[in-house]
Design a protein around this ligand. Structure first.
Ligand SMILES: Cc1ncc(C[n+]2csc(CCOP(=O)(O)OP(=O)(O)O)c2C)c(N)n1
Ligand code: SF4
Length: 277
């Protein structure tokens, strides 16, 4: 059973409450899972940095009692990479919207994965641009509506897991806000993992995606996610053309490969430098 009643107050920045998130927004569920992960891992909050870009998901760092950085849309991984290189002892957690990670920031996303730098990306995938008014995102499934595709989109949706795997991420997982136990389990796994970790969480935006597609309110949307995902491994059920149509969930990769700051330290020391990771 997931730990639903534990005291997460020490991990939250109360003076920033209430959050900007709409009632029922899945971003709150994900933030709770990040706080649960920090609690489980018993991390020293002084050595944790939570970063975000712009977007509803980008507000995440405001609410954590850790070091925090609110950066620009699509560029959060550039800030996170610099931070980690400057101080490799930090635990760096990056909250990214699907637009942030897979549209404007897609270049940073694939190259951070390729380098295998020790960052944990939590990708909040609500299938739409939330903060700017519900425009179509690269993750909006074909035929689903947004404010810029009022008759249903004609583009196929991007699969963040496929992209992360192809780019070389060494920890890749996906779950949904329905999966209350898996969220902190996968996020903790990503934080512990010594390399680039990407945990995609399918999240509900009742205000835009739910309303425009008549998916109901938050509970119905969460139910929808449960009914349209399958555990990875049961490939026969997976329709890859529709991001919310039987999308596989689970841990897709967990492998050890040389990490970027460690390689940089080896190189530095071999050249007589004193960089340490
Ligand atoms: C350089 C730049 N381009 C565009 C914007 C406008 N903008 C802000 S948030 C956003 C989309 C947010 O969508 P997503 O990243 O999926 O996050 P969500 O709000 O859904 O959590 C856009 C286009 C911006 N702030 N900066
Ligand atoms: S607009 Fe959507 S994503 Fe943004 S806070 Fe509201 S429900 Fe959440």
């Amino acid at each position: 059973m997931p730990n639903v009643g534990n005291d997460l107050h020490p991990y939250l920045r109360h003076q920033m409450m209430p959050t900007v998130w709409c009632p029922g927004c899945g971003h709150g569920n994900i933030a709770r899972a990040i706080a649960t992960s920090l609690e489980r891992l018993e991390l020293d909050l002084g050595h944790v940095v939570v970063l975000g870009g712009i977007g509803c998901s980008g507000r995440t760092p405001f609410y954590f009692n850790t070091n925090a950085m609110h950066t620009t849309h699509g560029r959060v991984l550039a800030f996170a990479t610099g931070l980690k290189l400057a101080n490799p002892s930090l635990t760096v957690i990056v909250a990214m919207g699907d637009g942030d990670a897979l549209a404007i920031g897609a270049g940073h996303f694939i190259h951070a994965a390729r380098r295998n730098i020790d960052l944990t990306v939590v990708l909040y995938n609500n299938s739409i641009y939330g903060m700017t008014g519900g425009q179509q995102a690269p993750t909006t499934p074909r035929s689903f509506r947004s404010t810029t595709s009022p008759f249903g989109g004609i583009e196929p949706a991007f699969d963040a897991v496929d992209l992360a795997l192809a780019a070389g991420a060494t920890y890749v997982a996906r779950t949904t806000t329905f999966d209350f136990a898996e969220m902190p389990e996968y996020i903790s796994g990503g934080i512990r993992h010594p390399g680039f970790a990407m945990i995609e969480i399918l999240s509900q935006c009742p205000t835009y995606f739910g309303r425009l597609n008549q998916l109901g309110d938050a509970p119905e949307m969460i139910e929808y996610q449960r009914n349209h995902t399958v555990m990875a491994g049961d490939e026969s059920q997976i329709g890859r053309d529709d991001l919310l149509g039987n999308l596989p969930v689970g841990i897709f990769r967990q492998e050890i490969r040389p990490e970027y700051t460690h390689q940089y330290a080896e190189l530095s020391q071999a050249q007589g430098g004193d960089y340490r990771a």
